[in-house]
Design a binder for this molecule. Structure first.
Ligand code: F6R
Length: 265
């Protein structure tokens, strides 16, 4: 039976602390957990909150990481390759050995990269917790609208909207944004044992409302998370602003926080 917790917090920083608690609860239970890492701006407050936990003694050294996606055709040393971004925001701050972070190969033999990546994920035992953002057009990973719901890790063309949204990482110049990427497929993402989707800001409100309140469909790839048995969605009030039950979700977040912070008897 599907179970989805939707937690709405006042600010992105509050939301990040809750999302970080979801991650550290898992790592406390399973120090060698396999985590899937999204990039982009949505998870950055979460990664900062995890970095603070690492400074305060939480040990992430035994986790294994798998990136959700990578641009095709840009040098891995480019500051905006997802390998570079994850090295900067996750591997270093969390004290992981660099080889424990896997990133799809955006430069290698194109037919082989997707399969090799899936083999590496399987060899690691599969992903325990996949962190996801959401595109303004409803994409997850770089599975753009229209992607097959059972798709696997593969090369994809980025939607114009996505390239427009991501040009801020490339000096505001859309021509510098790669037009291809390699992404875990929707079917791949759904195989993670737990999903954690984070979204902040009004620009995500429409995509969040469609993803969480309409029937799962390829026109909004993020909507398929409703088919997964264990999902936590952590939003700030702006990203939640078009959800019909947003007040309930705020109350759920308060209950969740109270329960979690309650003294152990
Ligand atoms: C990136 C990824 C994408 C982003 C999405 C939102 O690894 O998987 O799905 O999560 O494009 O990006 P931001 O957070 O920058 O708005």
């Amino acid at each position: 039976m599907a179970s989805m917790r939707i937690l709405v917090l006042d600010t992105p920083a509050d939301a990040a602390r809750v999302a970080a608690a979801v991650v550290t609860d898992l790592v406390a239970q399973s120090p060698a957990a396999v985590l899937g890492f999204a990039t982009g701006s949505s998870p950055q407050p979460l990664y900062r909150a995890l970095a603070e936990k690492a400074r305060n003694g939480v040990d992430f050294a035994s986790i294994t990481g798998f990136a959700l996606d990578e641009y095709v055709g840009i040098d891995v040393g480019h500051p905006e390759s997802y390998r570079s971004v994850l090295a900067r925001d996750v591997v270093g701050p969390l004290g992981m050995a660099p080889l424990r972070m896997h990133v799809p190969d955006g430069l290698g033999e194109r037919m082989l990269s997707g399969r090799a990546y899936e083999n590496a994920m399987a060899a690691a035992g599969g992903v325990d917790l996949q962190i996801l953002g959401i595109g303004a057009n409803g994409h997850i990973g770089f599975n753009e609208p229209g992607s097959e719901l059972d798709s696997r890790t593969r090369d994809v063309a980025l939607a114009e909207r996505t390239r427009e949204d991501n040009k801020r990482f490339f000096d505001g110049d859309i021509d510098r944004v790669p037009s291809l990427a390699i992404t875990q497929g929707i079917g791949t993402i759904l195989e993670a044992r737990e999903l954690l989707l984070v979204a902040n800001g009004a620009a995500k409100a429409r995509a969040i409302a469609t993803a969480l309140e309409s029937e799962p469909s390829a026109s909004c790839p993020a909507s398929v998370i409703r088919r997964h048995p264990d999902v936590t969605v952590v939003l700030d009030v702006q990203a939640a602003s078009l959800l019909r039950q947003r007040e309930n979700y705020r109350a759920q977040a308060e209950t969740w926080l109270l329960r979690r912070l309650a003294p152990v008897r």
